[in-house]
Design a protein around this ligand. Structure first.
Ligand SMILES: C[S@@+](CC[C@H](N)C(=O)[O-])C[C@H]1O[C@@H](n2cnc3c(N)ncnc32)[C@H](O)[C@@H]1O
Length: 212
């Protein structure tokens, strides 16, 4: 593993049809690299992290999401189980893909605490900060939080979520993940003045003694 990640195939984990899913190889590589004892995943979506954890023998891993599959766990209001030494999280990229609701990914109606239904960017970042703070508080001393998140361009404006969000813990690594098969890669733009986004960020934060 080095600081550039590229997985042309997502692997046999989770559900490729769940919009905004990630490749299981990211989670697999992180778990094989850090070898944590207790693994917890936030925004578990289609079960990508769950499938990787089972393959690697993490019988007691914990996977949380607002959808039915993961018990409608609400990261804004519910208490995150404490004690993991490694947390992987993959939040919505603002409202690019809406999750709850009949024409969306799951459920019959939009859920009031689904981050992907927040239209105001600052409110989205505030709520993401709140969840990141809770995750950081829940991890063990010297534990890690790895967050996968992308940038967005909308109406000609560039939004860097990693720049705008608060950082909890010491930044231990910043990896760039190359995006494959995105809709924007196949799209022809009338304005070819900008460079299409073809990467995501994976930040790894550590709970060092400064934060204990
Ligand atoms: C980018 S997807 C995660 C995809 C996942 N990594 C996969 O490969 O399937 C983001 C997830 O955030 C969940 N979500 C949105 N708001 C939430 C909240 N308040 N609490 C818990 N999960 C939430 C959505 O249901 C969605 O599954």
């Amino acid at each position: 593993m080095n600081s550039v990640l590229s997985y042309p195939f997502r692997g046999p984990y989770g559900d490729a049809k769940y919009r905004g899913n990630c490749s299981g190889y990211i989670i697999k590589d992180l778990l094989e690299h850090y070898r944590p004892k207790n693994f917890l995943e936030c925004f578990a979506g289609s079960g990508t992290g769950y499938d990787v954890a089972r393959e690697l023998g993490y019988e007691n891993s914990i996977h949380l999401d607002l959808n039915d599959r993961f018990g409608q766990f609400n990261l804004l209001t519910d208490t995150i189980p404490a004690g993991a030494d490694f947390v992987f999280s993959h939040p919505p990229y603002w409202n690019i893909v809406k999750y709850s609701g009949i024409k969306n990914v799951w459920g019959n109606q939009p859920h009031k605490d689904d981050l992907s239904h927040i239209n105001d960017y600052s409110e989205f970042v505030d709520k993401l900060n709140l969840i990141n703070k809770k995750i950081f508080k829940s991890i063990q001393s010297y534990g890690r939080h790895a967050i996968l998140i992308g940038d967005i361009r909308r109406n000609g404006k560039y939004y860097s979520i990693i720049k705008d969000m608060k950082w909890y813990g010491d930044l231990e690594a910043h990896l760039i993940k190359i995006q494959h098969n995105t809709l924007s890669q196949n799209k022809r733009y009338s304005n070819n003045n900008f460079i299409p986004i073809a990467h995501e960020h994976l930040l790894v934060f550590r709970k060092t003694p400064d934060y204990l």
